[in-house]
Design a protein around this ligand. Structure first.
Ligand code: FIX
Ligand code: ZN
Length: 434
C-alpha cells in the first residue's frame, strides 16, 4: 500500500465519542433512519378520496399500469387494439398470464406488483387473480388509503390536478374537502403544450382568450390561474415538456410562460415544476404506454433560472444524458431544485447512478425521488425500492466522510434524510406537511 492510510480515525483509536458511528454501523443506521422517516411524495397521479373515482387502487389497476402494458406487447401476440377493446379485468388477466405466469416477473414494474401482493399476504404466483380481487373488494377506501400510506412510510402525497380535465373540473367547482395527506398541484400541460386545443374551452368558461394568445389573452390567463389558485391552493404549478422545449421562444407557449405563468407563480409564492424530455405518443397504438424519451437542451433551464431569479423551479429531466448538466445548473442557480428519477429512470441501476452524481455535486440540496404512482398501492413498492437503493449510497458517502476525518453520528443521518425526503420540498413550497 503506497503512503495513504485508509484507517478510520475512530475505528481503533480510543478517543471515539460514544455516538460516533463506526464504518460497519453506518449502513444499518442509515436503513434505520430511512425506514423511520416518513417521506413527502412530491409528484404522484394519486387523488384524495374526495376526488372520488379519479383515484385508482386495487389489483386490476395495479396490473394494467401502463408500465406493464408496455411490457405486455413484447411477451404476447395480442395487438394493442384487441387488448384495449377488452374490459379491465380481462386486460389484467391477459397481463397476469403473459408477464407473471408464462414469464418470470423480473422487470422493475412486474416485481412491484409481486411486492404489493406480498405486502398484503396475497399469493404471488397463483394461477389467477381471484384471491387478490376478493381481498381488494372488501377494503374500505378511506381506511385502505391510510393503511397504504402508513405501510409505505409516506406522510403526504402531492397530486396532479388538471383544471381543464372534464371529469376533474366539476369536482373542484363543487368543492373538495381539505385533506392534509393529499396536496394539490395545478397541472398546466393542456395550456402550455397545445394551446390550439384548450383556448376555446377557456373562452367557453368566460375567459377572453384567443388562438394566438393575443389581445386580452395574457391578463385573462392570469385571471384563470388566480381563480384556480384560490380554488385549489396548490403547492406548486407544473408542466411536462418535450425534449424540444426552448425558452425563451416566440410561440404562444413561450409568451404564456413568460407573461402569465411565471408572474402568477411569483405572485402566489409557489414553485413551477418542469418535467422535461417526454416525447408523447411516438406509438399512439399503445396509448399511455406510447410515450418515449428525448435528450433536451437544458439551456432553456439556464435561461429560466437566470432571467427569473424571483421564481423557484422544481426540475426533473427524463433523459439519462441530461442528468449531469442538471446538477451543474443547480450549482449555478439556487432557485433550481432537481427532483426525482422520473419514469424510465426509476430503476435501481439508474437511480443509483443519478443519486450518487447528485450527492457528489450537490450534497443534500436536492429531492432524490418522487413515486409518480398512478395506483395507490404502488407507493408501497416504489418507496421500499427507493429506500433500498438509497441506503448503501448514503452509507458509502458517510464511509468516505469518516475516512476523510469527519465523524458521523445518527443525528447527522437524521438531519440529512429529513432534508432530502421532506424539508427541501417543504421549504421550496412554503408548506409544512408534518
Ligand atoms: O407527465 C407525467 O407526469 C408523467 O409522469 C406521466 O404522464 C407518465 O405517464 C407516468 O406515469 C410516468 O411515470
Ligand atoms: Zn407524473
Amino acid at each position: 500500500m503506497d503512503g495513504i492510510s485508509v484507517k478510520t480515525p475512530y475505528s481503533e483509536n480510543q478517543c471515539r465519542h460514544q455516538d460516533v458511528l463506526l464504518d460497519h454501523e453506518l449502513e444499518s443506521a442509515v436503513e434505520d433512519v430511512l425506514s423511520s422517516t416518513p417521506v413527502v411524495d412530491m409528484h404522484t397521479h394519486l387523488f384524495s378520496p374526495s376526488l372520488g373515482k379519479l383515484g385508482l387502487w386495487g389489483i386490476d389497476e395495479l396490473i394494467t399500469y401502463h408500465y406493464l402494458e408496455g411490457e405486455l406487447f413484447r411477451s404476447s401476440d395480442i395487438t394493442p387494439e384487441r387488448y384495449f377493446a377488452l374490459p379491465k379485468q380481462d386486460r389484467a388477466d391477459a397481463i397476469w398470464r403473459a408477464l407473471f405466469l408464462e414469464n418470470t416477473p423480473v422487470s422493475e414494474a412486474t416485481r412491484g406488483v409481486v411486492a404489493v401482493l406480498k405486502a398484503f399476504n396475497l399469493p404471488t404466483d397463483g394461477p389467477d387473480l381471484s384471491e387478490a380481487r376478493a381481498f381488494f373488494a372488501t377494503q374500505n377506501v378511506h381506511t385502505h388509503i391510510r393503511q397504504v400510506l402508513r405501510m409505505a412510510g409516506v406522510s403526504a402525497v402531492v397530486m396532479t390536478n388538471d383544471p381543464l380535465d372534464r371529469d376533474e373540473f366539476p369536482l373542484w367547482i363543487n368543492g373538495i374537502d381539505n385533506d392534509t395527506n393529499f396536496q394539490p398541484v395545478i397541472r398546466l400541460d393542456r395550456i402550455l403544450r397545445e394551446w390550439s386545443e384548450p383556448w376555446d374551452l377557456l373562452a367557453s368558461l368566460g375567459y377572453a382568450v384567443d388562438a394566438q394568445a393575443s389581445g386580452r389573452s395574457i391578463p385573462e390567463l392570469r385571471r384563470f390561474l388566480a381563480d384556480w389558485y384560490k380554488r385549489m391552493r396548490p403547492v406548486y404549478m407544473a408542466v411536462s415538456l418535450p425534449d424540444s422545449f426552448q425558452f425563451p421562444d416566440d410561440t404562444p407557449r413561450g409568451k404564456m410562460l413568460r407573461e402569465a405563468v411565471l408572474p402568477a407563480c411569483q405572485e402566489f409564492d409557489i414553485p413551477l415544476s418542469f418535467m422535461i424530455g417526454v416525447r408523447r405518443q411516438v406509438n399512439p397504438r399503445l396509448r399511455l404506454a406510447g410515450d418515449a424519451v428525448g435528450k433536451a437542451d437544458l439551456r432553456a433551464v439556464e435561461n429560466l433560472c437566470r432571467d427569473f431569479p424571483e421564481n423557484r423551479f422544481l426540475v426533473s429531466v427524463l433523459s439519462r444524458e441530461n442528468q449531469h448538466e442538471l446538477c451543474v445548473y443547480a450549482r449555478k442557480f439556487n432557485n433550481l431544485m432537481p427532483f426525482g428519477c422520473w419514469w424510465f429512470l426509476n430503476n435501481p441501476s439508474i437511480v443509483e447512478e443519478i443519486t450518487r452524481e447528485r450527492i457528489e455535486l450537490l450534497g443534500t440540496s436536492f429531492i432524490p425521488q418522487h413515486s409518480d404512482a398512478r395506483v395507490l398501492e404502488q407507493v408501497i413498492y416504489k418507496w421500499r425500492n427507493t429506500r433500498a437503493t438509497m441506503a448503501p449510497l448514503l452509507a458509502q458517502s458517510y464511509r468516505l466522510l469518516t475516512r476523510d476525518g469527519r465523524p458521523v453520528r445518527k443525528s447527522d443521518i437524521q438531519r440529512d434524510v429529513k432534508r432530502l425526503f421532506r424539508s427541501n420540498f417543504e421549504q421550496w413550497t412554503n408548506h409544512n406537511h408534518s
